[in-house]
Design a protein around this ligand. Structure first.
Ligand code: CP
Length: 313
């Protein structure tokens, strides 16, 4: 692949390749020296048009640990504020010959559009409610390491599915790897055309979590709700917040996941989130750095091969 824009075009074998390399980067990151020259000589620009803690920090660390020259564009201070378009911004940066562009944007499809206008590799760091491919890959790596497999698992994705790019990328990835996926949440927060996803749908947590191996919680994404249905936090926690009682129907060794940022007492009880016998939330963050290193390493191999052949366009 030239870019990493989504999970949709990836084959299971390509997903396994990323995860296998990421496994090696987990060991590398736990070692005493965290510097390699894999991306030496390459320029990585991070463009985040939406807030981020985990994705932005881990892409920056990933690039620096692999020896790239990393620049974080301060989009709030850019000429976007003077009316410059996304495409003109991209063309301007493209003229500076970056090799890797990491882009987060509030509009679905914006990163794909940008990728058509530039000569370098583009990594989607989350676009609207469309895709967040590196999140799904890091979630897959976390599951594979915790459960020893990434197939034939019962996985519940719970909460605000309709507005979640994390849910969409995870449904695509976990489906490709032949897992059984349940979506659990209020019908008002389920996507339209849910039948196309090949999943089971529940509006009751105790039914949806029964005997699952993995419980993946999502926050209410109010920034994408367009003034539509917004449940009260108290009512939502009562019906859909993950607490010990609701978790008790899952398998005894079920793991609890959350992509972050987390709203304690809304979609998840703080004690469950902090219970290291069940929660792998901090492991997800750790896997995020390794997966982003692997993704950029693999794209850079492709990039260098084309540069060597003099046919990168
Ligand atoms: N999971 C995730 O994308 O977190 P950030 O918004 O902090 O990057």
């Amino acid at each position: 692949q030239k870019h990493l824009l989504g999970i949709e075009p990836l084959h299971p074998e390509e997903i396994r390749t990323v995860l296998d390399l990421a496994d090696q980067y987990v060991d590398f990151n736990r070692g005493s020296s965290k510097h390699a020259d894999t991306l030496a000589g390459l320029t990585q620009i991070n463009m985040f048009f939406e807030n981020s803690t985990r994705t932005q920090a881990s892409f920056e660390l990933a690039g620096k640990r692999l020896g790239a020259d990393v620049m974080n564009m301060a989009m709030q201070a850019s000429s976007i504020k003077k009316g410059e378009t996304l495409i003109d911004t991209a063309l301007t940066l493209n003229a500076m010959h970056p090799d890797l562009l990491v882009v987060r944007h509030p509009h679905s499809g914006a990163v794909d559009l940008l990728a058509q206008k530039v000569n370098c590799a583009v990594l989607n760091a989350g676009d609207g409610r469309h895709e967040h491919p590196t999140q799904a890959l890091l979630d897959a790596l976390t599951i594979r390491r915790a459960k020893g497999q990434l197939h034939r698992l019962n996985i519940a994705i719970c909460g605000d599915i309709a507005h979640s790019r994390v849910a969409r990328s995870n449904i695509l990835l976990l489906g490709k790897m032949e897992n059984r996926i349940r979506l659990v949440g209020p019908p008002t927060l389920m996507p339209a055309r849910i039948d196309e996803f090949g999943v089971e749908v529940y509006d009751d947590m105790r039914e949806g979590l029964r005997d699952v191996d993995v419980v993946m919680m999502l926050r209410l994404q109010r920034e994408r709700m367009d003034g539509g249905f917004i449940p009260s936090e108290r009512e939502y926690y009562h019906r859909f917040g993950l607490d010990a009682d609701k978790l008790s129907v899952a398998k005894p060794d079920a793991i609890v996941m959350h992509p972050g940022p987390m709203n304690r007492g809304v979609e998840i009880d703080g004690e469950i989130a902090d219970d290291i016998t069940r929660s792998v939330i901090q492991e997800q963050v750790e896997m995020g750095v390794a997966v982003r290193m692997a993704a950029m390493d693999l794209l850079a191999r492709n990039l260098r091969a084309k540069l060597d052949e003099g046919r990168y366009a």
